[in-house]
Design a binder for this molecule. Structure first.
Ligand code: GTP
Ligand code: MG
Length: 149
């Protein structure tokens, strides 16, 4: 089953949006399979954002992501990677559509509330980076027949 990695960034936690953000994936019907609250180490932040290492905002991004706790999650469901990106909205909250998380709650590209894996291969890499196998829970929600024909 397809899985994605999502992380509520320090701004989402500090602003008290954890419940609101989780609710959007829960009510959509995706299945939570991993969840933890942690202060991110510099090493983990640098590995997570390795693809942006040469970008001018890399230093600030690592500082920010390590500055205060985050909520790291793994969600499961058919099409969850692309769908979660739609629920999250465009990278810049000012241009993100209303109805998306960033469009509804954000103002600034450096404070865009949540991370979501951008492709299935990225999701696999990020899940392995953030979670041990035994921290992920495979389970069958009783709602399944009410969500899928
Ligand atoms: P993530 O889900 O966090 O990976 O966001 P994204 O996939 O929508 O954007 P991308 O991977 O291109 O960038 C990663 C993060 O770097 C973004 O979420 C922003 O917080 C930050 N970022 C990207 N571009 C800029 C920029 O031009 N300026 C600043 N300050 N931050 C940026
Ligand atoms: Mg990205």
């Amino acid at each position: 089953m397809e899985r994605t990695f999502l992380a509520i960034k320090p701004d989402g936690v500090q602003r008290g949006l954890v419940g609101e953000i989780i609710r959007r994936f829960e009510t959509k019907g995706f299945t939570l399979v991993g969840l933890k609250f942690l202060k991110v180490s510099r090493e983990l932040a640098e590995q997570h954002y390795d693809v942006h290492r040469e970008r001018p905002f890399f230093g600030g991004l690592v500082e920010f992501i390590t500055s205060s706790p985050v909520v790291a999650m793994v969600w499961e469901g058919d099409g969850v990677v692309a769908s979660a990106r739609k629920i999250i909205g465009a990278t810049n909250p000012l241009t993100a559509e209303p109805g998306t998380i960033r469009g509804d709650f954000g103002l600034n590209i450096g404070r865009n509330l949540i991370h979501g894996s951008d492709a299935q291969e990225t999701a696999q890499r990020e899940i392995a980076l953030w979670f041990k196998d035994e921290e992920l829970v495979s389970w069958q929600p009783h709602l399944t027949p009410w969500l899928h024909e």
